[in-house]
Ligand binder design. Structure first.
Ligand SMILES: Cc1cc2nc3c(=O)[nH]c(=O)nc-3n(C[C@H](O)[C@H](O)[C@H](O)COP(=O)(O)OP(=O)(O)OC[C@H]3O[C@@H](n4cnc5c(N)ncnc54)[C@H](O)[C@@H]3O)c2cc1C
Length: 391
């Protein structure tokens, strides 16, 4: 069947969009530069947890359920977050979020990258409307009145109504469409590693705002946690160079030993951070989704969630197109409008918090810690924050 849409980038966002479009009856070609991830969905018992994990909020999980991806996830390797404790850089100001008090089952779930990638592959394999081309790159795009031509690195050319750039932060599709970006490097990297703990986490995600960045310990099944420490590059380099016993000691000290003694079960890896926003998430017969459209600081664990919401919104705009063509400006305008507010709000919030806690200006330390304490006392405000973070 001839494809009507080409999605460039078969990561979690592009892959889930392909599944959602196929379910709406739209034939799709999914092109990815990498090789397909293994399709083994259940990891053998005792397999170490992936140090790349995601906090997926309820809305993101519901979308993954709707497009048949979540049912391939082994729930025994997923941890619900039922409580979140945020501590200010004075070490005493705290903000607590509780799923039970907010009337929801969980604030988020923590799931491994490898498990999600494998589940996406499994779901796509079940859909005859998805034509998957792995190990191929999009090299050029060309436009005519009726179509956009996607040129791949092996010479194949595909004419479709819409091309979607789901090809990550350094998107080639975005570049070929001439869509400018605004960006700033934070000079920080996120260091990730997993640990076993002697004290149970009880479903709590811990976060410490520190002068050198933000440290988060996210619950994994059993007495395990996954660390994301977003910190100045020099500190990140130092953490990466530590022997794993020293790393555990350093993290235990930075987390005030709330989870007892830590034993590192993986080495550390670092990911450079930047703030990036594309000037537009649409072009002629073209849409951007996920990291190709925006990068946010991982302190709120929202980058993938934003991308899944992009995929969900674009699939809905296409599904509700009526007499409009898939790549028409009307459909793309609906997609653009539906995403503008959330993308801007998330970028302002994560960037604002990062700046607030990095500032050494007089009075700012008092302001940020007092802000945490005041928010803690204002139940209605906390309810609004939980609604935004989970919805
Ligand atoms: C340390 C860290 C922790 C994070 N934690 C969270 C979290 O808890 N929750 C959350 O929501 N987000 C989190 N994020 C953000 C999240 O990782 C990203 O937002 C998300 O992975 C982006 O997915 P994507 O599919 O848009 O892009 P990518 O995962 O980058 O996928 C892009 C795909 O495009 C392919 N590609 C690239 N170029 C081409 C080309 N020319 N032709 C064909 N294919 C191409 C690549 O092979 C790749 O498969 C975190 C980020 C970091 C760094």
């Amino acid at each position: 069947m001839e494809s009507e849409v080409v999605i460039v980038g078969g990561g979690l966002v592009g892959g889930s969009l392909a599944a959602a479009l196929a379910d709406a009856g739209v034939p799709v070609t999914l092109v990815d530069a990498g090789t397909a991830p293994p399709s083994a969905v259940s990891q053998p018992a005792g397999t170490e947890f992936d140090r790349r994990v995601f906090a997926i909020r309820p809305a993101g999980r519901q979308f993954l359920e709707r497009c048949g991806i979540w049912r391939h996830i082994d729930e025994s390797r997923v941890a619900p977050v039922t409580r979140m404790v945020v501590t200010g850089d004075d070490g005493v100001s705290r903000l607590n979020f509780d799923a039970y008090r907010s009337g929801i089952a969980e604030l988020a779930v923590i799931v491994e990258n490898t498990a999600l990638q494998a589940a996406v592959k499994q779901a796509l394999g079940e859909r005859i409307l998805v034509n998957r081309l792995d190990g191929r790159r999009c090299e050029a795009l060309g436009w005519s009145d009726a179509a956009v031509r996607v040129c791949l690195d092996d010479g194949e050319q595909i004419d479709v109504q819409l091309v979607v750039g789901a090809d990550g932060a350094n998107s080639r599709v975005r570049e070929l469409a001439g869509i400018p970006i605004s960006e700033s490097a934070y000079g920080h990297s996120a260091v990730v590693a997993n640990f076993e703990t002697t004290v149970g986490h009880d479903g709590t995600a811990w976060q410490w705002f520190r002068r050198d960045g933000v440290l988060a310990l996210l619950p994994l099944p059993g007495k395990r946690v996954s660390m994301v420490w977003s910190t100045q590059q020099s500190n990140a380099d130092e953490l990466i160079a530590l022997e794993i016993g020293e790393l555990a000691e350093r993290v235990s000290e930075a987390s005030n030993a709330v989870l007892g003694e830590l034993v590192a079960t993986t080495s550390a890896a670092a990911f450079p951070l930047r703030l990036m926003k594309a000037a537009s998430i649409t072009g002629t017969r073209l849409a951007l989704v996920g990291d190709a459209a925006h990068n946010v600081h991982p302190l709120a664990g929202q980058g993938l969630n934003l991308g899944l919401a992009d995929a969900s919104s674009l699939a809905s705009a296409i599904d509700a197109r009526g007499p409009d063509e898939i790549g028409s400006s009307a459909v793309l305008a609906r997609y653009r409008r539906s995403r503008a507010e959330e993308i801007m709000a998330m970028q302002l919030t994560t960037d604002g918090l990062h700046r607030l806690f990095q500032s050494s200006a007089p009075g700012v330390a008092w302001l940020r810690n007092t802000g945490l304490r005041l928010t803690e006392r204002l139940s209605p405000l906390k309810r609004v924050l939980v609604k935004h973070a989970t919805g």
